[in-house]
Design a protein around this ligand. Structure first.
Ligand SMILES: Cc1cc2nc3c(=O)[nH]c(=O)nc-3n(C[C@H](O)[C@H](O)[C@H](O)COP(=O)(O)OP(=O)(O)OC[C@H]3O[C@@H](n4cnc5c(N)ncnc54)[C@H](O)[C@@H]3O)c2cc1C
Length: 182
C-alpha cells in the first residue's frame, strides 16, 4: 500500500471526540486498527458517562480520554511502522525474530504485545537488542560493516521515536497541534 500516512490527531475538544481511524492511524501490518477502534470506543463511552455525571465535567473527561488514547497507541505505532517498513529486514532484527520463533516464553510475550496486554518495549527491550546485536556480530564475519551500519540505524530510529518532538500533541501537553507522526 502506498500514499498513506500515519497520524495522531487532536482528538477531543468541547463536546466532541474522534474515535478510531478518525483520530489515529498507523501502518496496518500488525492488524491493530479494528481492535483499537473497539477498545477506544469502549473507553470513550465510560468517559462520556462519567463526564455527564458531574465530577470532572465532560470536556475534561474527553481530554483525559484523548491522552489515554495516545499513550495506549504510541508504542504500537512505532512497532507497526518498523515491522511494516519496506526493504530488507536488518540482520539484528532477523536474529530477534529467530529467538522469538525458538522460545515459547517470547512467543507468548509476542501474542501478549499484539493483544495489548504487554507494552512492545517490554518484549523488544534494550537487553534483547544488545544480545541479538552481539550474537549477529559474532557470527556475521563477512557482514560486520553492514551489521554496524544497521545497528546504528536501529539506535538512531529508537532515539528519534522517543523524542518528545515526535510525541502526539496530548502527550506534549499542547492542545494546539495536529501532528502527523510519520
Ligand atoms: C489496507 C488496510 C488493511 C488493514 N488491515 C487490518 C487488519 O488486518 N486488521 C485490523 O484490525 N485492521 C486493519 N486495518 C485498519 C482497520 O481497517 C481500521 O483501523 C478500522 O476499520 C477503523 O475503524 P473505524 O470505525 O474507526 O473507521 P472505518 O472502518 O473507516 O469506519 C468509518 C465509517 O464512517 C463512514 N463515514 C465517513 N464519513 C461519513 C459521513 N460524513 N457520514 C456518514 N458516514 C461516514 C465511512 O464510510 C466508514 O464506513 C487495515 C487498514 C487498511 C487501510
Amino acid at each position: 500500500m502506498s500514499k498513506w500516512h500515519g497520524y495522531f490527531r487532536r482528538s477531543a475538544g468541547p463536546g466532541w471526540a474522534l474515535c478510531g481511524d478518525a483520530g489515529h492511524f498507523k501502518d496496518p501490518t500488525l492488524g491493530q486498527g479494528i481492535s483499537d477502534a473497539l477498545r477506544q470506543v469502549d473507553r470513550l463511552a465510560g468517559a462520556v458517562e462519567s463526564g455527564l455525571g458531574g465530577g470532572l465535567g465532560l470536556d475534561r473527561a474527553l481530554r483525559d480520554w484523548w491522552s489515554w488514547r495516545d499513550r495506549d497507541a504510541y508504542e504500537m505505532y512505532w512497532l507497526s511502522q518498523q515491522v511494516g517498513a519496506a526493504g530488507e529486514t536488518p540482520l539484528i532484527v532477523q536474529e530477534i525474530q529467530q529467538r522469538i520463533a525458538g522460545d515459547r516464553q517470547l512467543q507468548d510475550d509476542l501474542f501478549r504485545v499484539l493483544n495489548h496486554d504487554l507494552a512492545p518495549s517490554k518484549l523488544f527491550s534494550t537487553g534483547l537488542a544488545l544480545s541479538a546485536a552481539a550474537r549477529t556480530f559474532a557470527v556475521g564475519r563477512g557482514h560486520r560493516r553492514l551489521i554496524v551500519r544497521q545497528a546504528a540505524d536501529l539506535v538512531a530510529t529508537a532515539v528519534a521515536n522517543k523524542s518528545r518532538s515526535r510525541a502526539p500533541a496530548s502527550l506534549r501537553r499542547s492542545n494546539q497541534l495536529e501532528l502527523p507522526a510519520a
